[in-house]
Design a protein around this ligand. Sequence first.
Ligand SMILES: Cc1cc2nc3c(=O)[nH]c(=O)nc-3n(C[C@H](O)[C@H](O)[C@H](O)COP(=O)(O)OP(=O)(O)OC[C@H]3O[C@@H](n4cnc5c(N)ncnc54)[C@H](O)[C@@H]3O)c2cc1C
Length: 415
Amino acid sequence: MTEIHDVLVLGAGMVGASAALEARRRGLSTVLVDRRGAGEETSYGNAGVVDGGNLYPVAMPRDLPSLFKHALNRQAASHYHPSALPRVAGWMFDYWRWSAPDKLEETARVMRPFFAEAVASHREFAKLAGAERYFRQDGWLELYRTQQSLDGQARRQRLAREYGLRSVTLSKGETLELEPHLKGNFAGAIWQQDADTVSSPGGVTKAYAEAFVAAGGRFAKGDAMTLAKVPEGFAVETADGRILARQVVVALGIWSADLIAKFGYSVPLTAKRGYHRHYQPKGNAFLTRQVCDEDVGYCLCPMEQGIRLTTGIEIAMPDAPKTPVQLERALRAAGDLFDLGEPVEAEPWMGRRPATPDSRPVIGAAPRHEGLWFAFGHGHWGFTLGPATAKALLAAMAGEAPRIDLKPYRIERFG
Ligand SMILES: Cc1cc2nc3c(=O)[nH]c(=O)nc-3n(C[C@H](O)[C@H](O)[C@H](O)COP(=O)(O)OP(=O)(O)OC[C@H]3O[C@@H](n4cnc5c(N)ncnc54)[C@H](O)[C@@H]3O)c2cc1C
């Protein structure tokens, strides 16, 4: 007789790998399914910041001069494919609405319990997975080129103080004491100390998936789009045959919308695409933590492969051809601050942040299908929030009152 598993997790990015590990930790018979290996899509190529101190979501500018600058499509921070605009216009309007200062503060307050658990949850999972070697526990730097933009963070810094976050404003000299190989003209930085950074986001995700298998879980290659409702619960076709489970977690990142549409659910999910490429540092230059150039809109991330230069947002259809123009612009700007040498890879990498217009993930039960659960849409912060999401979700699936109220994350909020 075919075994009926307790839980089937679809998608082995940071969110799905964490959900599978947490399910196994709870003793549930669990299968993790992906069409690729674990951590080979968006969770591979991000900036590797576990940002426990995160407050405001990444917002769309609302003043006319900034909007005009972005509309010209020559920024490093943003880029768009004009052909995508008719398809994403409604989403962009909602994103613009949710980028108002009061809305940003509301989201910061709603999301705070999740971010507050992020670092501890990662450290717990990293210990289980023997992945501690990837983690650095000394925060990251938001670097500001002008005093005006550093001063522009005053409102968020007041909120940080209210929450007791260790978000420390540094002069240029103090910044150089932490990162002596930065150079050029900048005003200072904010040292976000309630954060860890990692040297291989893909390595961490794989380690969590491997820990799940080592704990008795099963990983299978398969196409999540074959998911079907069956009398026993749910079934999915894999290379190892058909897998049955009573409950299923959809953690397919940007691809989640396509799958849940098959079950009659619609969700406003847009790909905020982003690029990276690794560079050898020149000479003996090094960085000890992630540094983001906030005025230009890119990050320099010390990784196993070299210094990973990551870009801001590209609005485009998820599978449209790569247009890594932001990477070229970021590379030129990065030369002001750090000595980058030769690129490591021939081609830039591209990934897709699964983004909702209100910058909150979708976590919780599907309203019309018992046993179907959602965990996607983490946008800019899915690497940070994977383990904390997994813990809250598996508690809800077990019928426990989760420590984090999941009401604000229900799919029903989109109508
Ligand atoms: C440039 C950049 C920088 C970033 N920096 C950070 C950062 O510093 N910190 C942070 O917290 N976040 C960061 N992010 C965001 C973060 O990477 C994402 O939010 C996160 O990786 C999303 O994880 P996920 O598990 O939801 O999706 P994914 O990692 O995309 O995983 C989805 C999985 O589903 C699988 N899948 C899809 N379709 C199917 C199918 N039909 N059948 C089977 N499997 C399927 C895929 O193969 C994939 O493994 C960044 C993103 C980018 C692009």
